[in-house]
Design a protein around this ligand. Structure first.
Ligand code: UN1
Length: 509
């Protein structure tokens, strides 16, 4: 099956992981082997970039920008429209490859490709807008307005958990804005990145887009550091752990570049005494076990009103007993593997810490073994009763460990929801209008995303995506997130016959 998909996507033999779009460059860095967490089989070996390879890519990208910025934005949008069409054509194959290389369920693999298609559509419309404001000048015969110009090279560092969608949120917007992109995908999911590069290459070649508009640099941490420290890259957009984001933010900030950070979450759902518990169960379980708890929007904490705590946790335990864990390509299964053994160890270590810090398990965790679980990456989603203040609860573990805790008053629940270092996504389940509005108010959730009667994950691309505090503050995808990829210029034009100074200053000679 995998062989057919790779063939359909044009990936065969040992691959170069360095491309400027028009062709694949000989790569001189370390070889990265992609192994599927589904069955522990090798997918492909990819040669990474050396520093020299990287410099060559940046030089090509700089040249390409000089041309690409002259393409009218709607023409750039037309190219992105064609990428959307190509993705529609490849949805089946690419979705399967995402599922196989990353380990998420097939439905979620398809959903991820759908997010890419959706952002293409969004970016096409955007390409006819990219609007600025006009202002009234205090001086007669003067006009003031602002316009938005492209920045240059956008560096994109993406994570394994959404190996292709997050790249597309960034690149499709960056392209319609007139930027060129250099993508460093996660070294855990290089093959899906090769597939995307090939899809875009075909569209670009057919439209004679200059070499260097779509660039791929597969590599390890070093490649991310090169980008972060490189003054030729005005914007680095990075998605991943808070630890990684702090390093990128510090390096980019040190040179006064711009970073767009989308980092960890510690997302909670408040289950009120006025919640629809049937809906709440679906939101909580999908949020906690979907993508095996490896979304930055995964539900990590449930803050449950004491009056419904026993009833709701009993239903949760029952729902967990019905979860089918196994090969994510088999659509009967709900939960696939974690990305690798290191993730399994982090999961086990967190479970130990929960116990050591005083938590007790309502549903026990553990690593699965035996037929179908040979990769050693399949774990049991588990539920622990904890206190919000435990150090482990304050920490984001990228695994299906769900923490439950009780509250008495809404004010207490909101305080608990906010009392973590991260601020990405949050939700309240309630049919009580007052509670919902308090949760959404300025004194409510402190997160970038706050939902009512849906869970914490599964945001649509039309909204700005990102969060506060240790989540990094960046906003990607919809709304006006495009502004991060452009520079604002304020223009004042004097069409009068004199030159009055602002603020009424007299300067006669
Ligand atoms: C991520 O986990 O980095 O909101 C992105 C969601 C998805 C995107 C998650 N649309 O769950």
């Amino acid at each position: 099956m995998v062989e057919d998909i790779l063939k359909a996507l044009g990936i065969q033999g040992e691959q170069s992981g360095v491309s400027t779009g028009a062709h694949w460059l000989p790569a001189h860095g370390a070889t990265i082997t992609s192994v599927s967490p589904v069955d522990d089989k090798k997918i492909a070996a990819v040669k990474g970039a050396s520093r020299e390879d990287y410099d060559q890519v940046v030089a090509t990208a700089q040249e390409a920008f000089k041309e690409w910025r002259h393409w009218p934005a709607p023409k750039r949008g037309e190219i992105v429209r064609q990428i959307g069409e190509a993705l529609r054509k490849h949805k089946e194959h690419l979705g399967k490859l995402v599922s196989y290389e990353m380990g998420k369920s097939l439905q979620e693999g398809y959903g991820e490709v759908q997010e890419m298609i959706d952002i293409c559509d969004f970016a096409v419309g955007l390409s006819r807008q990219l609007h600025g404001l006009t202002m009234h000048s205090e001086r007669p015969g003067h006009r003031m307005y602002e316009q938005w110009h492209p920045l240059g090279i956008t560096g994109i560092i993406s994570a394994f958990n959404f190996p292709v969608a997050v790249w597309s949120w960034n690149s499709m917007l960056a392209w319609v804005c007139g930027n060129v992109c250099i993508w460093k995908p996660s070294e855990k999911t290089p093959v899906t990145a090769l597939a995307c590069q090939r899809i875009v290459d075909t569209v670009f070649a057919a439209n004679k887009v200059p070499e260097g508009v779509c660039n791929l640099v597969i590599g390890d941490r070093d490649a991310g550091e090169w980008m972060s420290n490189d003054t030729r890259i005005p914007l680095v957009s990075a998605t991943g752990s808070t630890r990684m984001g702090k390093a990128v933010g510090a390096a980019v900030g040190q040179r006064l570049g711009r970073s767009l950070l989308e980092l960890g979450g510690n997302n909670a759902i408040i289950i009120s005494q006025d919640a629809d518990l049937d809906m709440s169960i679906i939101g909580a379980v999908f949020g906690a076990v979907g993508t095996a708890g490896q979304r930055c929007t995964s539900t990590r904490r449930l803050i449950i009103h004491e009056s419904v705590y026993d009833a709701f946790t009993a239903r949760l335990v029952k729902a967990y007993s019905q979860l089918r864990i196994g090969n994510p390509l088999d659509q009967h299964n709900h939960v696939g593997p974690l990305i690798d053994k290191a993730a399994v160890n982090a999961y086990l270590d967190s479970i130990e810490q929960v116990k050591a810090q005083g938590g007790s398990f309502l549903v026990e965790g553990g690593v699965l073994s035996g037929a179908g679980y040979e990769s050693g990456c399949y774990v049991k989603p588990c539920i622990a009763a904890v206190e919000n203040i435990y150090a482990i609860v304050q920490h984001e573990t990228f695994a299906p460990i769900l923490y439950v805790m009780k509250y008495k008053t809404l004010a207490e629940a909101i305080a608990m929801q906010n009392d973590v270092p991260q601020g990405l996504s949050s939700a309240i389940m309630t049919l009580n209008l007052r509670e919902a509005e308090q949760f959404l108010s300025h004194a409510g959730s402190d997160c970038g995303i706050a939902n009512v009667n849906i869970g914490t994950s599964g945001a649509e691309i039309g909204g700005a995506f990102g969060g506060e505090k240790e989540t990094g503050g960046g906003r990607e995808s919809g709304s006006d997130a495009w502004r991060a990829y452009m520079r604002r210029q304020t223009n004042t034009i004097n069409y009068s016959t004199s030159l009055p100074l602002a603020q009424g200053i007299k300067f006669d000679f």
